[in-house]
Design a protein around this ligand. Structure first.
Ligand code: C5P
Ligand code: ZN
Length: 476
């Protein structure tokens, strides 16, 4: 690593590794454990990492996925009467409840801790790092997996799981703040490079480099939104022809089919186009940045690119098919991958119709935030993703809140900000957990992305509270 990669956080890493070693000792002697994880790409890769590590250590496991860790979820877990529960990508916000339930627990998470009490707790916040950008849930779980291999006298044997940890970090958008992964994620990257499972380099950050024809990749670019190209197929084709790019070989040519000269030409033309259209520097930085390649996956598949892999996993988890995503993480390249691809197709369609709905119905501005209410027209499990993508057209000076009706009749809230807003003081996890608690709901998450579930009749009061709390954060 060189200086440009920033501090190495060696002390922080050593502290988390020590906690991981103790947690590994507690796991090693068990015959069977329960793994409880979160239903998103980071949660699935976390479950994949710990499952692989447990399999290698000959510890049997049962894996359960939860949208959020609330009391009913903890009761479901307790009913299994487990010797030990490993919570991954969740748990830090429910420490006293975990202990009150009498569960013996290891927590590998990166959400902002609430309360305390769980001793075997691996979380970047505990060593002063930011869980939104320095380490993901799958990163914390990777530390645990490594410790497990070490405790078993097989040091380094779980290093190949670094690939999944990077997919989880990218799934939680941890590379977006600075255009590349930093903090302990950087260390995981180096471990993965050493294990020959990962490579990284500067490239276009648009989605679909592995799988889409280039003109489609440009047409569907949403972050950043490229004025004049995004959403306009003809304009994208014309733009590429203008650069002298051949669109078709034996098949439509994808980004990975272009030679380096062609890639350079397209990238500079895109930057010029972005500058002309008034894209800000942070937006341009999101266009070209660092990308992460999984070297053991076949070229031209979603799994080769960390960003596409994470979207594929989201497409399984958020529709109640976490088992499919987990099977893909554990290496199934047959039936599970096939099913995941079908789910990915409908996920993409759902995101497109969600965005269309937001565009048609508009976003309501308040003093310090903006919001839309999707009712039952956007699934509560993807309304947060749609909210984040809405920044491509919405006012970037205010965070977005999105409401959707939950299956159980409660109201799901997803909140998304930008890194610029976080730098101005925004902390959505803090605001949303306070506001939700006041109205009889529960919430949490990260400074830049958070969520809650509240009683539907409390919506107006909740909005007022959030608006005031966010306003105070900006005043510092
Ligand atoms: O559900 P959504 O994608 O909006 O969640 C954003 C973040 O907030 C996630 O990291 C999620 O774990 C967290 N969250 C939470 N408590 C909730 C809902 C979401 O901590 N009740
Ligand atoms: Zn996470």
């Amino acid at each position: 690593m060189n200086d440009a990669d920033g501090p190495l956080f060696e002390e922080e890493l050593a502290t988390l590794a020590r906690i991981s070693d103790r947690a590994a000792e507690a796991i090693c002697c068990k015959k069977e454990v329960v793994v409880a994880s979160h239903v998103d790409a980071d949660g699935l890769t976390s479950a994949g990492i710990i499952s692989a590590a447990l399999d290698r250590a000959d510890v049997d496991r049962r894996t359960l996925f939860f949208r959020q860790l609330d009391l009913p979820a903890l009761e479901t877990i307790a009913d299994l009467g487990p010797d030990l529960v490993i919570f991954t990508d969740l748990g830090s916000g429910m420490q006293s409840e975990i202990l009150e339930m009498g569960l013996s627990a290891v927590v590998a998470d990166h959400h902002r801790p609430q309360g305390s009490g769980v001793e075997l707790h691996i979380n970047p916040h505990l060593v002063g790092l930011d869980g939104a950008i320095h380490l993901s849930g799958s990163g914390s779980t990777f530390l645990l997996a490594r410790a497990l291999a070490k405790a078993e006298g097989r040091p380094g044997e779980d290093d190949d799981l670094a690939g999944l940890a990077i997919v989880g970090a990218v799934g939680d958008l941890q590379d977006m703040a600075l255009g590349r992964l930093i903090g302990l994620n950087r260390w995981i990257l180096e471990v993965g490079v050493g294990a020959k499972v990962l490579s990284f380099g500067r490239d276009l950050k648009l989605f679909g480099k592995q799988t889409r024809p280039v003109f489609k990749m440009l047409e569907f670019s949403s972050d950043p939104y490229i004025p004049g190209l995004s959403g306009d197929e003809d304009a994208c084709i014309f733009f590429l022809k203008e650069q002298g790019i051949r669109l078709k070989g034996e098949r439509w040519r994808r980004w990975i089919d272009m030679n380096s000269g062609e890639k350079g030409k397209i990238a500079s033309a895109l930057v010029r186009r972005g500058l002309r259209a008034g894209l800000s520097n942070p937006q341009l930085e999101r266009l070209v940045g660092e990308v992460y390649t999984l070297l053991l996956e076949r070229e031209g598949t979603e799994l080769r690119d960390a960003s596409e892999y994470s979207t594929l996993l989201n497409a399984t988890a958020r529709y109640g098919h976490s088992d499919v995503g987990l099977a893909v993480c554990l290496g199934d390249r047959g039936a599970a991958l096939e099913e995941a691809r079908l789910l990915l197709n409908s996920h993409r369609q759902n995101l497109v119709s969600g965005l269309k709905l937001v565009k048609e119905e508009g976003i309501v501005p308040l003093a310090h935030l903006q919001y839309f209410d999707a009712g039952d027209r956007i699934l509560e499990t993807i309304v947060g993703i749609v909210a984040g993508m809405s920044f491509q057209t919405a006012d970037r000076r205010k965070p977005i809140l999105a409401f959707a009706r939950s299956d159980d009749g409660r109201l799901k809230v997803s909140a998304r900000g930008t890194q610029d807003l976080v730098r101005s003081g925004l902390n959505l996890a803090d605001a949303i957990s306070k506001a939700a608690e006041k109205v009889g709901g529960v919430g949490g998450g990260h400074n830049v992305a958070a969520g809650a579930t509240i009683p539907p009749e409390a919506k107006e009061e909740f909005l007022e509270l959030m608006d005031a709390l966010v306003g105070q954060q900006f005043q510092g």
